[in-house]
Design a binder for this molecule. Sequence first.
Ligand SMILES: [Zn+2]
Length: 413
Amino acid sequence: MMRAKALRQATFALVSISLAAFVFEPVSAKTLPSERAARALHERILTLDSHLDTPAVVARPGFDILKHNEWRTAFAQVDVPRMKEGGLDGGFWVIYTAQGPRTPEGLNAARDAGLMRAVVIREMLARSPKYFGLALKADDAAKIAAEGKRVVFMSIENSYPLAKDVSLLQTYYKLGVRLVGPVHFANNDWADSSTDKPEWGGLSPLGKELVAEANRLGMVLDQSHASDQVLDQMLELSTAPIIASHSGCKAIYDHPRNLDDDRLKALAAKGGVIQMNAFGAYLKALPQTPERRAALAKLAATYPNLASRSQADQDAFRQARARLDVEFPENRATFDDFMAHLLHAIKLIGVDHVGIGLDWDGGGGVVGLEDASKVWKITQALMAEGYSEADIAKIWGGNVLRVMREAEAKAQK
Ligand SMILES: [Zn+2]
């Protein structure tokens, strides 16, 4: 009797686990192909990251993207030397605007901030044409990479700077933007955020206009940060496939920023792609010590309005922050945690619907995958799982470019 009951419980536990998530041996426990073999394959394929928050760092006084910076002290994860070292050809460089008040003053300030961040990206391109190339169409990426330059697609994270004017999306299109996400951490006039209370029940009426306008222009829509209802509605309304540029899997870690299995399947059924992020707090629960939290709060209070302070203040803040990280170490996610999300998505919806969007310079990065110089390790881990070069090439950029091509084809001429 006891044995039968124990067996039933064990079977139930197994079924529960398999319903929740595929179970993988951690990458760290696997026999990996040699670094040389992994790098050789990695160098042959086009590698794009769909969410580089690096323009926020480029905008920092004194930052040099042509120089090798240290992530621990400079709090910068992407620059040309490290992209070359890790084998990252480029990606989507983000115009990110923090959500602020939805007042006329707030909207005006956001509109200016968004346009100025686009200028930062265009200035980076103009200043270093030997190192960067602006990609306006999917087919541009391979050509730019073949010239040995870094690929720069432009994207919008948070449509707050459109200032409730859908026609501004065309202005951004003309500036080079090809990917747009409606919302960030808090609800705005376009859509509900996954990390806020429902206000519109998904997209607002204006948000639905945004979907139609993006389709008309041939811009790809990005669901990351938006609520589950926004995803459902985008899938219903959009004539082109959509992506989640930096997200994770709810089956691995139940966080509002992550997508459940049914939604991942719905995204794939419409030809879309989830681009896996490496943002620790979305990968697993990471309780921090009260001492670290208190030290961070104290440091933030010492340097209020950091972004508008002098370069000396910003440097001093970063030095203090680096010391704090040594004194009160952060509880961080690992490369195994990241790979668990990536492999779950691939197992669930296939190699045609999963990609890479690590959220560099936006909070991404885990132990073992700290900056752009390490990205070849993802290829090594995928090889260890038995994926082919063709599969890995899709994951590293082929899929997101396919979605772009479909959006381009559907655009009204
Ligand atoms: Zn983000």
